[in-house]
Design a protein around this ligand. Sequence first.
Ligand SMILES: [Zn+2]
Length: 221
Amino acid sequence: MTQHHPSEELLVAAAAGTLDSGAAIVVGAHVEACGRCRADVRLFEGVGGAMLEAIEPALLAPEALASTLAKIDGARAPARRHAARTARVPSRPDLPPGVTWPRSLAHCTVSRWHWMAPGMRWSRVTVPHDRDANVFLLRIGAGKALAQHTHSGLELTHVMCGAFHDGRALFAAGDFDAADGSVRHQPVLEADGECICLASVNGRLVFDGAIARVIGSLVGI
Ligand SMILES: [Zn+2]
């Protein structure tokens, strides 16, 4: 049973399409798995549509339609080429049995699992249309603890499988967390299985320990 959901502000932004691409992927992964948030996003999308319909119509310049159609035609050709390039399903690293990839990652490249520390691996998610997005997966073994850290920006996390406790709460499969610079935490894995998290960081993780800082900067999280 999901206990932790994105804030209403994040769900409104998801419905309005105004999240940055990293946040959209992580919030999208949660919404796919959570009926309650799916219903909320649909409601917010409906409100947005109703607001558009309520706007007073305004007269446009006579050539506005023709010039808009011309711009759309100009934009279509590269979009078609892009769709052809991304149509093949990119390869994915292995997941534990029963765990599936969120659809929000469909157009992303996901690297193989890289060693980070004993019992800890990570994978880089590359967003094709946003090379600056800092999105990654962490795969942490049962009972392991991630180094204590805080954040230079907003860290969003969707738990794909397993569970961890970070001193504030227990986060299990399907749960979502948002942590910023006001949160200093150390996720500690439950003893009964590994945990895979999909995360986006707007900024960097700021680790307490020197070794963790080196690993964090090598890995680029
Ligand atoms: Zn939810």
